[in-house]
Ligand binder design. Structure first.
Ligand code: FE
Ligand code: ZN
Ligand code: FE
Length: 193
């Protein structure tokens, strides 16, 4: 459709986010099955429940606008999820696979954060204050999920690093020191209160 107003753009963003959430609801159980760490499985399971609530919020916002939520396919999220599942499948070691799951899941959260930030701002500009509040709530939940994954990565990435160490041929030199393991571990190194 030809989009001529910010409100139409807003509706498209909502539909795109709805499609993204639906795809995440399908993908998370596979990530949970593939995860080895209990903490990681619990975090993903918790976020699956939250994700269902988030999809419900989008349905409600669309309904109040008289719009059908299911008119867009989020090809971006499709790509993010497909890349993640391919990555996770190719890793056989449990610890390294958990690190890959975190890498994939954080891409999902950041992609969502971009969409919700935009949709929330449009809602505010268009005077849809309740919708803006509800989108802001989801945005905060996505940020929390990302932070939880970052804090899990602090341990899991280091375990993955040590696994790589033990499977490396004896005597091989990779030129890394213990002191720099945080920087090499990939995920953001950040303490969550
Ligand atoms: Fe979400
Ligand atoms: Zn999209
Ligand atoms: Fe999310």
């Amino acid at each position: 459709m030809a989009t001529t107003s910010l409100q139409e753009l807003y509706v498209e963003q909502l539909q795109d986010l709805y499609s993204a959430e639906q795809q995440i609801i399908k993908a998370l159980p596979k990530m949970i099955d593939a995860a080895h760490s209990d903490e990681l499985r619990n975090a993903l399971t918790g976020h699956l429940e939250i994700t269902k609530t988030q999809a419900g919020r989008l349905e409600q916002i669309c309904e109040e606008l008289g719009e059908y939520p299911k008119n867009e396919k989020c090809k971006g999220m499709e790509g993010v999820l497909q890349e993640g599942s391919e990555l996770v499948k190719e890793v056989s070691n449990e610890e390294v696979r958990d690190a890959a799951i975190i890498a994939a899941a954080q891409r999902v959260e950041h992609y969502e954060m971009a969409g919700y930030g935009t949709a929330r701002t449009y809602a505010t500009l268009l005077g849809f204050d309740d919708a803006a509040e509800s989108l802001e709530q989801t945005l905060e939940e996505e940020k929390e999920a990302d932070e939880t994954l970052s804090s899990l990565a602090e341990q899991i990435n280091v375990e993955a690093l040590e696994e790589g160490e033990s499977s490396r041929p004896a005597g091989s030199q990779s030129g890394r020191g213990k002191s720099s393991k945080s920087e090499k571990s990939g995920g953001k190194v950040r303490r969550i209160a």
